[in-house]
Design a protein around this ligand. Structure first.
Ligand code: ZN
Ligand code: ZN
Ligand code: ZN
Length: 348
């Protein structure tokens, strides 16, 4: 029998359709992704001039900016959703509110290799990507106009990627995004009542149940949420309480990179290299709001950073839009089991 499931963190319902169980090979998709013309790719060695001037580059040896031999390179998005120049203005328009488009939109080029997807990379290469994320997060927080930095990766056209070359992006916004505000409010309320982190409570409970845990390391747990909206929707969380990705040490990021690589390889094998979104949720910038001492007074205690992963293998249709429900044909317990039981030919 199908179940309606309520997620106390997101305050959202999902229908887990146990009648129509999709096994991993049953998701049909459009043809394979086309890599395009490598020579014309702006993210190749030698084509550094085709992007706006670089903001950050990680390399093995000293190099001149905007030249080859980088390992990870961060550049402004050529067609930014938000721009860094100008004064921030907040304005009322009748009953509406408006804020101008101040912010930042950057591209993190994850590898010089056009064909090397995240699942192909070594843990060390993935670590460098997370290291670049951490550096950009710390740097952008110095700008007091910016209230939030959202890091995300779109893999595959159906997940929104317009360029084939492996990359992730960040969008820094002058307002905390709604999805975050909702999570922050829920977490703060839980802390206010219980003086416990809701994410820590969830991790503890799910580890004791076990059936929705897909993978686990010393530091991280990777689980399928009880009320998963989509097949193989996955949350990745540090086991030790931490509200802020910026506080991760290199050692923590290395552990994270190993787990992410293992997970992405399993997902690629199970779902035939699906398009996906990979999103970081961390604490907002700690800048004070005018007239208030702090945004989120107990943020260090009540929020818990995490990564959300969604394969884009099902469509959102009228019922889902109209109701706010999602219909998930793969129960999260089964998704966790598929992930756990898969044997990967992990060649290091
Ligand atoms: Zn390329
Ligand atoms: Zn916690
Ligand atoms: Zn989240």
């Amino acid at each position: 029998m199908s179940e309606l499931r309520f997620d106390p963190i997101r305050r959202r319902w999902s229908i887990i359709a146990t009648e129509r169980r999709f096994r991993p090979h049953e998701f049909k998709r459009s043809g394979p992704e086309q890599p395009g013309d490598v020579g014309a790719c702006p993210f190749e060695y030698g084509n550094e001039g085709a992007t706006p001037l670089e903001i950050l580059a990680l390399s093995k040896e000293p190099r001149q900016p905007n030249t080859p031999n980088w390992q990870v390179r961060v550049v402004p998005n050529k067609f930014p959703a938000l721009g860094i120049e100008g004064e921030l203005s907040r304005e009322a328009v009748g009953m509406f509110d408006k804020v101008n488009g101040i912010g930042a939109h950057e591209v993190i080029i994850e590898t010089p290799d056009h064909h090397r997807t995240a699942a192909d990379m070594t843990p060390e290469e993935i670590f460098l990507v997370f290291k670049a994320w951490r550096e950009r997060l710390i740097d952008l927080r110095r700008d007091i106009r910016i209230r939030y930095v959202l890091f995300f990766k779109n893999h595959g056209r159906d997940a929104g990627a317009s360029l084939y070359h492996p990359h992730s992006q960040l969008i820094a916004t002058p307002i905390i995004p709604t999805a975050l505000v909702e999570e922050l409010n829920v977490a703060r309320e839980h802390w206010g009542r219980k003086e416990r982190c809701i994410f820590c409570d969830l991790i503890k409970q799910e580890r004791s149940f076990g059936d929705r845990i897909a993978l686990e390391t010393d530091r991280f747990v990777l689980l399928e949420p009880f009320a998963a909206s989509f097949p193989f929707e996955t949350w990745l969380m540090p086991k030790d309480h931490s509200h802020d990705f910026a506080l991760c040490t290199d050692q923590i990021l290395q552990d994270l990179a190993r787990l992410v690589r293992d997970f992405l390889r399993r997902i690629r094998k199970l779902l035939d290299d699906p398009p996906y979104n990979f999103i970081l949720h961390t604490a907002p910038s700690p800048h004070p709001r005018p007239g208030q001492p702090r945004y989120w007074t107990t943020i260090e205690f009540d929020y818990h950073w995490h990564i959300e992963f969604v394969p884009r293998i099902t469509r959102i249709a009228g019922f889902e839009w109209g109701s706010g429900y999602s219909i998930n044909p793969t129960p999260p317990e089964e998704a966790a089991r598929f992930l756990r039981e898969l044997t990967t030919d992990d060649d290091g």
